[in-house]
Write a protein that binds this ligand. Structure first.
Ligand SMILES: [Fe+2]
Length: 232
């Protein structure tokens, strides 16, 4: 993806979120220079990979196969064994009409995907076989406290306000329908660098062509801009 495209997507996302009265935390608006001046007090942002996450999954066609996310909070894996500290996490996503996030499952995290407003969100489901292929068996799942079933590869439509719970090893793909959708995600903490299994071999993060300076940093940029200096 070109950096200019990423910058434009951030501007558009900020307008859309404000129009939906959803406000991002202050670090969403920090400049690269602000990040470079930070000290160790900001280390949680880096270690938990909080912030902008925009990807075309290596497709080079963001409109058809891409996703804009912002990670608002996420714990560290050291919290899990003892269930202490921040074992939870939250993201917000913007999903365009017919813009597909390809089939994937998570090795560890259970996630609730929530339609927070706009159009409908279409979610396609498959169980994974023991060798991580698509299973033919029916899926039993939970939507807002109600147990439901869908056939393998079937789709579930979330209208605004509805949510679905996706456990580990349940393949899911999703896209918007009708209008751009504001989507929330509440989940058990995870590390997106290792917790995704895509059915097709694609990239989780984009290759970036630096055709202009970054407006705000993506989480994948942090290591290039953040060298925590110890404060005197
Ligand atoms: Fe997912």
């Amino acid at each position: 993806m070109k950096r200019s495209e990423i910058n434009n997507l951030m501007r558009s996302a900020q307008e859309f979120l404000v129009a939906h009265q959803f406000y991002l935390p202050p670090f969403a608006a920090w400049t690269p220079a602000h990040w470079q001046a930070l000290g160790p007090e900001a280390s949680e942002l880096i270690e938990s990979q909080l912030g902008w996450d925009i990807t075309d999954f290596g497709s080079d066609d963001f409109d058809k196969c891409g996703l804009l996310l912002f990670t608002l909070r996420n714990g560290r894996s050291t919290s899990l064994p003892h269930f202490q500290g921040k074992t939870y996490a939250e993201k917000v996503m913007i999903i365009e009409v017919a813009q597909v996030t390809p089939l994937h499952f998570h090795w560890q995290k259970t996630e609730d995907i929530i339609n927070r407003g706009g159009g409908n969100l279409v979610v396609q489901l498959y169980h994974a076989t023991p060798d991580d292929e698509l299973a033919a068996e029916e899926i039993t799942f939970n939507m807002d406290g109600i147990t439901r079933q869908v056939s393998a590869g079937g789709t579930v439509i979330l209208t605004p306000g509805e949510s679905i719970t996706l456990p580990p090893r349940l393949y899911h793909a999703f896209w918007g329908e009708g209008r751009r959708v504001l989507v929330g995600e509440v989940f058990k903490l995870n590390d997106d660098r290792t917790d995704n299994r895509f059915h097709q071999p694609i990239g989780r993060f984009p290759k970036i062509v630096e055709d202009e300076p970054p407006l705000h940093l993506l989480t994948v940029d942090y290591s290039n801009f953040f060298q925590p200096k110890s404060k005197p």
